[in-house]
Design a protein around this ligand. Structure first.
Ligand code: NAD
Length: 332
């Protein structure tokens, strides 16, 4: 059974090799994204394994099917980059890793909030330069602040538990309410109330056609002056140009993002010698109150181990026609 991996990094090989020790998959690793530009080169594999920025649209799926590929295996939870209808039409199975350490992402979201607020990234550099001044490093207590959590699935729930430890007030919006969270004092409200009452808003819902640009000019206007926004979910939940305008007027006091709408051409690459042509990202990076990480929230030892083992198990079960151990992993 052969698998072609796209958008791979050296660490992917390490974790997938380790999980393959008792299996007999043959691997092909490619650094490039999967997309219309490269799909014609796919040949003689049973499955393609893709990540967050691969483009598995109708055109790609059609070619994959004609080449005998049977499975598109996402090694992530989100699947907004795969055309599921087309997969169904052309008879391809699609699987994903529905949960691989939600704590990894939730902990990173809190790390970003703490860094943005207490400016530890600046303090670290200052002290190394023997600059022991505190001017410009003033933060605020998280204790008692109101955090609005949009999406209380696995990651949002883990984030609620962490924020509860800081004794924050927690408001939440989700299509489904979580009883356990209500029991620990999370208050479910409508989006307008969440926007109006939250000092900090953290996004943990998936990207869907309905919530693209959830954070845009009109919703930002409903938020508190001086709100802080965290996004570790998907870049397109945020209308970046609207956020830039609100950062300029100080309506938004801080932004921490691990995902960016146009991240596809940038993230996971070392571009330190390149000229970045994305003026929007450059503008964002020019603000002292914006913190950006390059889609690393998932990046822990535990998560990579889980991703590799679940992905291989999904492929194995689909190829052998076995009952899936986790029904949420199978999308088509
Ligand atoms: P999940 O499916 O467990 O939870 C998502 C929750 O969002 C569900 O409870 C769902 O009902 C809710 N929801 C759906 N649409 C909504 C909307 N419009 N408004 C409010 N709530 C809505 O998913 P999860 O494992 O918690 O992951 C959430 C997202 O995090 C993923 O879709 C993915 O985009 C992102 N993610 C990012 C990273 C990273 O490294 N940055 C890693 C993993 C996942």
């Amino acid at each position: 059974m052969k698998i072609a991996f796209f958008s791979t990094q050296p660490y992917d090989r390490v974790f997938f090799d380790r999980e393959n020790q008792d299996r007999r998959f043959a691997y092909q690793f490619y650094e490039t994204h999967l997309g219309p530009h490269i799909v014609e080169a796919v040949n003689d594999v049973d499955a393609v394994c893709v990540f967050v920025n691969d483009r598995v649209n109708r055109e790609v799926i059609k070619v994959l099917a004609s080449r005998g590929v049977k499975i598109v295996a996402l090694r992530c939870a989100g699947f907004n980059n795969v055309d599921l209808d087309a997969a169904q039409e052309f008879g391809l199975s699609v699987c994903r890793v529905p949960a691989y350490s939600p704590e990894a992402v939730a902990e990173h979201a809190m790390a970003m909030l703490l860094t943005l607020n207490r400016k530890t990234h600046k303090a670290y550099n200052r002290v190394r330069e023997q600059n022991f001044s505190l001017n410009g490093l003033l933060g605020f207590n998280l204790h008692g602040k109101t955090i609005g959590i949009v999406g209380t699935g696995k990651i949002g729930k883990a984030f609620c538990h962490i924020a509860k430890g800081f004794r924050c007030e927690l408001l939440a919006f989700d299509i489904y309410e979580d009883k356990q969270l209500k029991d620990i004092g999370v208050l479910y409200v409508d989006m307008e109330t969440l926007y109006r009452s939250s000092d900090i808003i953290s996004l943990h819902c998936p990207l869907t056609p309905e919530n693209k640009h959830l954070v845009t000019q009109s919703t930002i206007q409903q938020m508190k002056d001086g709100v802080i926004i965290l996004n570790t979910s998907r870049g397109a939940l945020i209308d970046t140009s609207a956020v830039i305008d609100a950062l300029k007027t100080r309506k938004i006091a801080g932004l921490a993002i691990d995902v960016y709408e146009q991240e596809e051409k940038l993230f996971f690459k070392d571009l330190s010698d390149a000229i970045i042509e994305d003026d929007t990202l450059q503008r964002l990076m020019s603000f002292p109150n914006v913190l950006i990480t390059a889609h690393q929230a998932f990046f822990t030892h535990e998560a990579l181990t889980q991703i590799a083992s679940t992905t291989l198990r999904n492929i194995e079960e689909l190829l052998l026609g076995r009952e899936p151990s986790n029904k949420q992993a199978i999308l088509v």
